[in-house]
Design a protein around this ligand. Structure first.
Ligand code: C2E
Ligand code: MG
Ligand code: MG
Length: 490
C-alpha cells in the first residue's frame, strides 16, 4: 500500500471515529435533556397531586399522606389528632351569583385565613370547591378550640366583588383513634359537618356514630320524595289569615303536606330543606304555585276574592325566571297579581345577593303582594327593609307563643308593629293560639292574625265550605271579599 493510500485510510478512519463520537455525544445529551424534562414533569405532576393549584394548600392526595403520617406517629408514640372539616355556608350561591373569578379569589382569602388560625403543627387541605379539612394534633377539646378559632377568623368581614361579606361556615370534627380508622375519618368529620348544615349552618359539632343512621334515613326519604309529586302524595292545606278587628278572612296561606305511603304524614319542616338540598324544590315549588292558583281560581268562581299566599324558598328566589313562572300560572288561572302573596322568610329577604334582590325587584314590577315571614328572628337592617317591595311583615310564632309570659317577647312584638307602621307595612301575627295572645296583639295594633285559635291549616274544600256555608261564628268572610272592586292593598 502506498503512503498516500495509507494516509487517506487513516484520515477516513479518524473522521469516522469523530463522527461516531459526535453522534454518541449528541444522543447522550439528548437523553440527559429528556431525563431532566421527565423528572421535572414527574415532580410537577406529583406536586399537582399533593398541592391544590388554586390555593396552594394540600390536595386530597396530600391530605391522605399527612393522615398516614399522623396515624403512624400515634401508633408509635400514642396520643390523638383531629380532622376538622370546614364547609363554607352558601359558597355555591356566591359563586353562581358573582362568577367563578370572584369565587376563586374568595377561596384564596379563606385558605390564607385557615392557614393562619390552624397553628404551626396543623396541615390544611382543600377537599373540594368551598370545603376544607384541617389535621391538628391533640384531642377533641383542642379540636373544638380550633373550630371556634376558625369560625371567628372566617367571620371577619371580607371584600367580595366590591361588597363587604361576612362568611359563615359549618364545621365537623372527628378524632383519631376514637372516631374511626383512616378510611372513615374524613367521611365522619364530613358527616358531622353535614349535620351542622342541616340545622342552618354557622356552627360546629363533633362526630357521633348515630349520624350515619340519620344520613341513610335521609337518603331513603329523598328517594321517596322524588316520586311523591307524580304519585299524587303532595297536597296543599290552607290556613286563613283574619282581620284583627272584624275576624273576617282576608287571605289563605298554602301549606304543603306530604302523605307518605308508609311513614304517614311528613312535616314540611323535614322535607322542604331536603328538597332544597337535593334540587327538588324547583319542581315542588312550581307545583305548589300552580295548585295554589288553581284553588284560588276555584274560590273566585264561587265568589270568594281572598288572597292566596305561597311560601317561596330561598332557592326559588334565586331562580331567575321565578316571577315569569308565577305570572304565567296567574294568567292561566285568570288571577290578578295583587291577589298573590309571596311569603319569603326574613333570613332570605335579607340576603344581599344580586339574584335575590333582582327577583324582589321583578316581584315589585309584577305587582305581587310580598310578605316577610318569620320576622324578628333574623338581623334585618331597617335600610334593607325600606328598600324591599314588601307590603306585609309576619311576626314570628316564637314571640307570639311567649307573649303572655315574657316581657321581652311583648317588647319585641310591639317594636315590630311600630317599625312596620313607620314603614307603612301591614303586620300579621302568626301562631295565635289563645284569646290572651289575640287581645294583646290587637292592643299592640296588629292588622291581621293567623293561628290555631281561628283555624288550623285545612283542605281547600273545607275552607270553601267554611266560607260559603259560614256556620262558624268565629271566622267569617268579609262581605267585601265577594266584590270585584275590592282594594287590592287591603
Ligand atoms: P310558615 O310559613 O311560617 O308557616 C307557619 C307554620 O306554623 C305552619 O307549619 C303552620 O301549620 C304552623 N302554625 C300555624 N298556626 C299555628 C299555631 O297557632 N300554633 C302552632 N303550633 N303552629 C301553627 P307547617 O305547615 O308545618 O309549615 C312549616 C313551615 O314549612 C312553614 O312555615 C314554611 O316555612 C314551610 N312550608 C310549608 N309549606 C311550604 C311550601 O309550599 N313551600 C315552601 N318553600 N315552604 C313551605
Ligand atoms: Mg309562611
Ligand atoms: Mg312563619
Amino acid at each position: 500500500m502506498s503512503v498516500n493510500a495509507w494516509l487517506t485510510l487513516t484520515v477516513l478512519s479518524l473522521l469516522l471515529a469523530a463522527m461516531a463520537f459526535y453522534l454518541y455525544w449528541r444522543e447522550r445529551k439528548h437523553r440527559l435533556v429528556l431525563a431532566a424534562k421527565l423528572e421535572l414533569a414527574t415532580r410537577k405532576i406529583e406536586s399537582n397531586l399533593i398541592f391544590d393549584d388554586l390555593t396552594g394548600l394540600l390536595s386530597r392526595v396530600g391530605f391522605n399522606a399527612v393522615v398516614d403520617k399522623a396515624i403512624a406517629q400515634v401508633e408509635v408514640g400514642g396520643g390523638n389528632f383531629c380532622v376538622i372539616y370546614v364547609a363554607l355556608d352558601n359558597f355555591g350561591l356566591l359563586n353562581d351569583a358573582f362568577g367563578q373569578t370572584s369565587g376563586d379569589s374568595l377561596l384564596r382569602t379563606v385558605s390564607k385565613r385557615l392557614a393562619t388560625c390552624a397553628g404551626p403543627k396543623a396541615e390544611v387541605c382543600r377537599i373540594t370547591s368551598g370545603e376544607f379539612a384541617l389535621i391538628v394534633g391533640g384531642d377533641m377539646g383542642y379540636g373544638r378550640s380550633i373550630a371556634v378559632r376558625v369560625t371567628e377568623v372566617l367571620s371577619e368581614p371580607l371584600k367580595f366583588d366590591a361588597t363587604h361579606t361576612v362568611l359563615s361556615c359549618s364545621i365537623g370534627i372527628a378524632e383519631y383513634p376514637t372516631h374511626g380508622a383512616r378510611a372513615k375519618l374524613l367521611a365522619n368529620a364530613a358527616l358531622a359537618m353535614r349535620s351542622v348544615k342541616v340545622n342552618g349552618g354557622g356552627d360546629y359539632c363533633q362526630y357521633d356514630p348515630k349520624m350515619g343512621v340519620e344520613v341513610r334515613d335521609e337518603a331513603l326519604l329523598i328517594n321517596d320524595l322524588r316520586r311523591a309529586l307524580d304519585a299524587g302524595q303532595l297536597e296543599l292545606y290552607f290556613q286563613p289569615k283574619v282581620d284583627a278587628f272584624s275576624l273576617q278572612v282576608t287571605a289563605a296561606e298554602a301549606l304543603l303536606r306530604w302523605h307518605h305511603p308508609t311513614r304517614g304524614f311528613v312535616s314540611p319542616v323535614v322535607f322542604i330543606p331536603l328538597a332544597e338540598r337535593y334540587g327538588l324544590i324547583g319542581a315542588i315549588g312550581d307545583w305548589v304555585i300552580e295548585e295554589a292558583c288553581l284553588k284560588a281560581a276555584g274560590w273566585r268562581e264561587r265568589g270568594l276574592r281572598m288572597r292566596v299566599a305561597v311560601n317561596i324558598s330561598g332557592y326559588q328566589m334565586r331562580e331567575d325566571d321565578l316571577v315569569e313562572r308565577i305570572e304565567a300560572a296567574l294568567q292561566r288561572n285568570n288571577l290578578q297579581p295583587g291577589r298573590f302573596t309571596c311569603e319569603i322568610t326574613e333570613s332570605v329577604a335579607m340576603e344581599d345577593t344580586k339574584v335575590t334582590q333582582a327577583t324582589f325587584e321583578k316581584m315589585r314590577q309584577a305587582g305581587f303582594h310580598v310578605s316577610i315571614d318569620d320576622f324578628g328572628t333574623g338581623f334585618s337592617s331597617l335600610a334593607m327593609l325600606r328598600r324591599l317591595p314588601a307590603a306585609e311583615l309576619k311576626i314570628d310564632r316564637a314571640f307570639v307563643t311567649d307573649l303572655e309570659d315574657r316581657e321581652d317577647a311583648r317588647s319585641i312584638a310591639q317594636s315590630i308593629v311600630n317599625m312596620a307602621k313607620a314603614l307603612n307595612l301591614h303586620v300579621v301575627a302568626e301562631g295565635v293560639e289563645t284569646q290572651g295572645q289575640c287581645n294583646l296583639l290587637v292592643e299592640m295594633g296588629c292588622h291581621e292574625l293567623q293561628g290555631f285559635l281561628f283555624s288550623k291549616p285545612i283542605r281547600a274544600e273545607d275552607l270553601e265550605w267554611l266560607a260559603l256555608d259560614n256556620k262558624r261564628q268565629d271566622v267569617q268572610f268579609r262581605p267585601s271579599l265577594f266584590m270585584d272592586t275590592m282594594d287590592a292593598n287591603l
